[in-house]
Design a protein around this ligand. Structure first.
Ligand SMILES: [Fe+2]
Length: 362
């Protein structure tokens, strides 16, 4: 759709392939380049020799070359091959259940179990191996990674996959590391290494982003990458805002649509439901509308976004009005036609708008 991102270009202006591009070609699995994916559970996967399962890479336009994601299938009753690398991964279990064993060279192994809806991250540069716990069903994992940045930064695939440094400041074999224990860093920041089920994880009220929504920001495995879960009620929509590239938004529940646009340009609309995935490009405004009969919930996996270790995180005012120099459009400043689009969609479905109370409280 858009041909402006580095990640979607196979060669640079001088005719060279980036290290990440060369790596992708060696991987030998499909690379899906898209703006929006309607259902991540229905993608075509192919045999993935390095991983020992099936897979496909996703290079969504809105990542702008910063991060990527992949889907990996562990066939029934099987295990993937052990892996270790210098890029971070946030893993969301799309379907199935199983276990992962984690260890350092010469260190003790530890194994934890996961299920559909789990979220975790193998600590940086540790060995890890995933197992399918069921003999009759495949496991599908989605992993968001910062491999494009890390591979292009070191410009050497061998180094990224064969570095011996142990990041013991991130993980030092702690026995309860993957137990799901956590620490509230503030009312809406949860610091943990494992979430059993992001679909039912308890969220906290967050009024600033509109729609009477709830959310929880997640700091995971001492990574620079992070995540959040957001939920908003029936008959409501959130405020538009904009930020940096690469936030993978996975719809966990509900039906609705999002509009996205770069400032001054026309809006694009994407209809979503459980299993949809999209990545708003850098500085594109985006706004989410719930038109279904149940609360809409999504998981956002974000690169370099940890508040603990800000890394390369850009400082956007994601919940501050554009009128005050921020990057959020308040309800009273929005274009009336998106509200009309929302009302029409609700009317078609016989769902009542609850925005009157939201406007009153905003
Ligand atoms: Fe956003």
């Amino acid at each position: 759709m858009l041909a402006r991102t580095a990640v979607s270009q196979s060669v640079s202006e001088l005719g060279f392939k980036s290290t990440y591009q060369q790596f992708l070609e060696q991987e030998g699995i499909p690379v899906i380049k898209a703006f929006f994916i309607e259902d991540i559970r229905k993608l075509e996967l192919a045999t993935w020799k390095r991983m020992g399962g099936l897979g496909a890479y996703l290079n969504l336009e809105g990542t702008e070359g910063v991060n990527d994601s992949y889907i990996c299938e562990i066939p029934p009753g099987k295990a993937l091959k052990p892996q270790k690398h210098l890029f971070e991964e946030l893993i969301f279990v799309i379907s199935g259940s199983g276990a992962t064993t984690v260890w350092r060279d010469g260190g003790r192994k530890q194994t934890f179990e996961w299920q559909e809806g789990s979220l975790f991250s193998p600590p940086l540069n540790t060995w890890y191996q995933h197992f399918n716990g069921q003999g009759d069903k495949p496991v599908w994992l989605l992993a968001m990674t910062n491999a494009p940045t890390v591979l292009n930064l070191f410009h050497n695939v061998d180094f990224v996959f064969n570095c011996d440094y142990g990041f013991t400041d991130r993980y030092n074999g702690e026995e309860d590391f993957f137990s799901g224990r956590g620490k509230a860093l503030s009312e809406i920041f949860w610091d943990t290494n494992f979430i059993r089920d992001v679909r039912t994880f308890e969220l906290k009220d967050r009024k600033e982003r509109g729609a009477g929504g709830k959310m929880m920001m997640l700091e995971i495995a001492n990574n620079l990458m992070s995540a959040h879960i957001s939920q908003f009620p029936v008959g409501t929509y959130k405020k538009a805002h904009r930020h940096g590239p690469g936030a993978h938004v996975i719809i966990l529940r509900g039906e609705g649509f999002s509009v996205m646009w770069p400032e001054g340009k026309d809006i694009k609309r994407y209809d979503w439901r459980e299993g949809s995935l999209f990545v708003p490009p850098e500085k594109w405004f985006h706004q989410h509308f719930n038109v279904g009969g149940e609360p809409a919930r999504y998981l956002a996996l974000k690169p370099f976004s940890s508040r603990k270790f800000p890394g390369l995180r850009k400082q956007f005012g994601t919940s501050e009005s554009v009128k005050r120099g921020g990057d959020q459009i308040e309800y009273e400043d929005e274009e009336p036609r998106t509200r009309v689009m929302f009302e029409e969609e609700l009317a078609k479905r016989g769902v009542q708008s609850r925005m009157a109370e939201v406007f009153r409280g905003s």
